[in-house]
Write a protein that binds this ligand. Structure first.
Ligand code: NDP
Ligand code: 2IT
Length: 451
């Protein structure tokens, strides 16, 4: 899974070796850490304080991890048990902030990789948010609303003692959308007897922010647009392939279509659809958000489209722009090679860590554009930060106000990544720039605060 080591700095290598020995069974977490540490080599060499104060060694160790039993009763009266997690990774620049993922593949390694990435992503937003992530191996798919509610109530019965509007503010991620956030918020309020902004992604009637639903997908396209323009390109007339058909994918489709692109393929975990006439996001919205159905049913709306069973083949559909918006490691080296051979000019990540190290190496070797997730998908958490501000002020901003702030934040993140890459001698390497720019603010705060 891991790449051959190109890192030479003895301090970084010792931190990584130590972590590999301690976390040998956490491959996703090690992958995420190694990717960041490789970029930090010139930074650590330029400033001895990071080694003297062992900033990196501290950063790779979560401040706190909570793991708990989540018992609930299914509709047949049987008692089910799932495992719950919250990783409170780093609070140097603000309260822990990050989503909750409900999916059968959730384990400690997955939650730790997501929490680690979140530290740098949240720092890039420029808003005061630390890094955290949580979730459960519970699968909301195929469950009734009542089962999902009982699960969420049980999950929050334990989680509530570890979170708070100034301590840790969870939100959604895979399998956690408006329905789940509503049930979680209701239970928190009942137990704690307080109405606060303890969660983001809330419904508009009880403290949610306009444009939070759209934010990750819109933000991804604002970032991609900035990167394309900086390289003399645009979305205009481009064929776009978006994997996934959830929250991020749907609104990435809407915004990139508005910007002149044509989305010709989308997927779910069962398979993918191809529609050369362009996929209308409203159809996917109805299939996924209203009907909670499979993407295959797109053929009921557009019979001329094609459906292919199995999701990984989506990267064989020739496109100019690829936007992975489903899950981690969904583009491997072979898929990356196929994209490049088919003339793809850029990969813009909506999902967290969707490209394997081998895929990233292939993008770099081919010289195509690459937007790393922790920068390009930061629009979701940035807008969560804006939701927190509105909750504290007890005000709500208009859609236009939030959207304009989101656009400004994403353009600012692109500029910060590009500037950091150039400053450390890696002009154009937005991946390294994101890691460095995200790191510097957190590291500075840690140095000021002592151990
Ligand atoms: P949703 O649950 O709304 O949608 C997830 C989509 O990805 C579904 O189409 C799902 O298919 C597919 N998918 C999930 N897991 C797998 C898998 N193991 N294999 C194949 N397909 C899979 O989640 P989101 O849209 O919110 O999240 C998508 C990605 O974006 C995740 O990586 C998440 O961490 C990241 N992200 C989300 C943010 C947000 O604000 N929501 C913010 C930043 C990043 P199916 O329905 O068949 O399971
Ligand atoms: O990965 C992510 O940034 C998210 N799932 C959103 C987190 C948030 O707190 O809004």
């Amino acid at each position: 899974m891991l790449t051959t080591m190109s890192m030479k700095n003895a301090y970084l290598l010792s931190v990584l070796d130590d972590l590999k020995a301690k976390s040998a069974h956490e491959p996703e977490f090690l992958q995420a850490v190694e990717e960041v540490l490789e970029s930090l080599e010139p930074v650590v060499e330029a400033d001895p304080r990071y080694e003297q104060q062992n900033v990196i060694g501290r950063m790779v160790e979560p401040e706190r991890i909570v793991m708990f039993r989540v018992p609930w009763v299914d509709d047949s009266g049987k008692v089910q048990v799932n495992r719950g997690y919250r990783v409170q990774f780093n609070s140097a620049i603000g309260p822990y902030k990050g989503g909750l993922r409900f999916h059968p593949t959730v384990n400690l390694s997955v939650v730790k990789f997501l929490g680690f990435e979140q530290i740098f992503k949240n720092s890039l937003t420029t808003l005061p948010m630390g890094g955290g992530k949580g979730g459960s191996d519970f699968d909301p798919k195929g469950k009734s609303d009542a089962e999902v509610m009982r699960f969420c109530q049980s999950f929050m019965t334990e989680l509530q003692r570890h979170i708070g509007p100034d301590t840790d503010v969870p939100a959604g991620d895979i399998g956690v959308g408006a329905r789940e956030i509503g049930f979680l918020f209701g239970q928190y309020k009942k137990i704690r007897d307080e109405f606060t902004g303890v969660l983001t992604g809330k419904g508009l009637s009880y403290g949610g922010s306009l444009a939070r639903t759209e934010a990750t997908g819109f933000g991804l396209c604002y970032f991609a647009d900035a990167q394309l323009r900086d390289n003399g390109q645009s979305f205009q007339g481009k064929k776009v392939v978006i994997s996934g058909s959830g929250n991020v994918a749907i609104y990435a489709n809407q915004k990139c279509t508005q910007l002149g692109g044509k989305v010709i393929a989308m997927s779910d975990s069962n398979g993918y659809i191809v529609d050369e006439n362009g996929i209308n996001y409203k159809v996917i919205q109805e299939i996924k958000e209203v009907n909670r159905a499979r993407i295959k049913t797109y053929l009921d709306y557009v019979p001329s489209a094609k459906y292919v069973e199995g999701c990984s083949g989506i990267w064989t559909v020739p496109c100019d722009i690829a936007m992975p918006c489903a899950t981690q490691n969904e583009i491997g080296e072979t898929a990356a090679d196929t994209l490049i051979a088919n003339g793809c000019i850029g990969v813009f990540e909506g999902a967290n860590m969707p490209s394997t190290p081998g895929a990233i190496a292939a993008y770099q070797a081919a010289g195509i554009l690459f937007a790393p997730a922790k920068a390009s998908n930061a629009g979701g958490v940035a807008t969560s930060g804006l939701e927190m501000s509105q909750n504290s002020e007890r005000l709500s901003w208009t859609f236009e106000e939030v959207d304009a702030k989101l656009k400004g934040i994403m353009e600012g993140i692109y500029a910060a990544c590009a500037a950091a890459a150039e400053q450390y001698g890696m002009k154009g390497n937005i991946q390294a720039g994101a890691n460095i720019a995200g790191f510097l603010k957190v590291a500075d705060a840690m140095l000021w605060q002592g151990i």
